[in-house]
Design a binder for this molecule. Structure first.
Ligand code: SF4
Ligand code: SF4
Length: 396
């Protein structure tokens, strides 16, 4: 079995020249742009445009990385480039989100147009093992190839969001919400994401891990300096190395395990070659040089396994979203983002007022869309004390 290569390049700032140098070194270690794209192809850049936020919040791909990729490709003779993503809030749209995080300006400066993310096209995928059809943004289907420029962040459902999860933005607007209802747990969501990756098959993945997001990600977490760019043609291998660098057992990440089982890529470190742009590193050396042991990510053992074994007290074990009354501005975005609707989360009386939205945990499927979309960092995910105790003492 051939190993997947993941290139980890040190880069400690978003200064244009440093990012460019790191990108050039990384792409050379993978054989150059020509190994991935032909000059006449239409190439879609797929950054992370989760929500409107300035770059320093680390919610989105940093404009310096986005622009570095564009410039490096243009210098290499690639001029048929566009960009796009479906943000978490479909009402705000791609352009306004790109504007707020600096990507629109970078794109205009380099004459890169926005791809068509205003229209969705039903796309069947007979080979899918879990999901047989997706409504994809038209711009995804119009491109010959996709270059995934993801962000290194935590995620409450999948623990991390990296290369595999970033392709979810290829799904058109509001249809993303429907998948949260259809795939309510981390494993089924990972199966859907794996099918999506097999369908849209980005040829190359570049991860912005210069400043990552730890804690309450993917929108409300804390910036954390990881000082790296990761590059690979294999999204599962890339996320597996991301897991290694934050001291998280890669086998605890559903998209790594399911992604490998479904043939998206390599989810085991022994099948991955880690390269620093000069030479191959052992996993220990990679962790010593680039790792951060105190990165704030949920490292508990699989909650699902515990819950299966302790079904009678299931309600006491499950993590749950909780609203901080002092931070909540009663905007209602969380209520509108819930794929279950008012049965799971609503304002008392059904309308925004003085009181914060209330959860009905019996109906809540723990997709954490509400937490993901809250613009005020007012929702956090509480792990019950008994689950924390089991995580510490009951290694499954
Ligand atoms: S999205 Fe956040 S700030 Fe807005 S109502 Fe919900 S919890 Fe409050
Ligand atoms: S309340 Fe939040 S976590 Fe629960 S189903 Fe709705 S969006 Fe998902």
């Amino acid at each position: 079995m051939s190993k997947s290569r993941v290139v980890v390049i040190s880069c400690s700032s978003y200064e244009d020249s440093k990012v460019m140098e790191a990108l050039e070194s990384g792409i050379q270690a993978l054989g150059g742009w020509e190994g991935f794209f032909a000059k006449e192809e239409e190439i879609l850049l797929k950054p992370n445009l989760l929500a409107k936020a300035p770059p320093e919040k680390c919610v989105t791909t940093h404009p310096a990385v986005f622009e570095g990729v564009i410039r490096s490709m243009q210098q290499g003779g690639y001029h048929r480039i566009s960009y796009g993503d479906s943000p978490g809030n479909p009402v705000i749209g791609t352009e306004k989100t790109a504007e707020s995080c600096g990507l629109k300006e970078a794109a205009i400066r380099n004459h890169v147009p926005l791809a068509d993310f205003h229209e969705g096209v039903l796309t069947t995928f007979e080979a899918g093992t879990h999901t047989k059809s997706f409504i994809l943004a038209k711009g995804v289907l119009e491109a010959d190839a996709i270059l995934n420029i993801c962000k290194m962040k935590t995620h409450q459902l999948e623990r991390i969001t990296g290369a595999v999860k970033n392709t979810f933005g290829c799904v058109y607007g509001i249809n993303k919400m429907a998948f949260h209802a259809k795939c309510p747990d981390a494993m089924s969501f990972a199966r859907m994401l794996s099918d999506l990756n097999l369908l849209v098959k980005p040829r190359l993945h570049i991860m912005d891990g210069i400043m990552a997001m730890e804690g309450n990600g993917p929108q409300s977490g804390t910036p954390a300096a990881m000082n790296v760019l990761l590059l690979s043609s294999d999204p599962v291998a890339l996320d597996t190395v991301f897991s290694l660098l934050i001291g998280l057992d890669p086998a605890l990440v559903p998209t790594n395990v399911i992604g490998e089982a479904m043939g998206v890529g390599q989810g085991r470190l022994e099948n991955i070659e880690i390269h620093d742009g000069q030479r191959i590193l052992s996993k220990e050396e990679a962790y010593d040089r680039f790792g951060k042991s105190d990165f704030d990510v949920y490292r508990g053992t699989t909650e699902e396994t515990q819950i299966r074994l302790l079904r009678p007290i299931e309600g006491f074990l499950k993590k749950r979203p909780v609203i901080d009354r002092d931070k909540c501005v009663r905007c209602g975005i969380c209520v509108d983002s819930c794929p279950i609707g008012q049965d799971a989360l609503k304002f008392p009386g059904g309308k925004p007022g003085k009181r914060v939205p209330v959860y009905n945990y019996k109906h809540c499927i723990r997709c954490y869309c509400c937490q993901e979309m809250c613009p005020k960092d007012a929702i956090w995910v509480k792990t019950p004390a008994i689950t924390r105790f089991l995580d510490r003492n009951w290694k499954l």
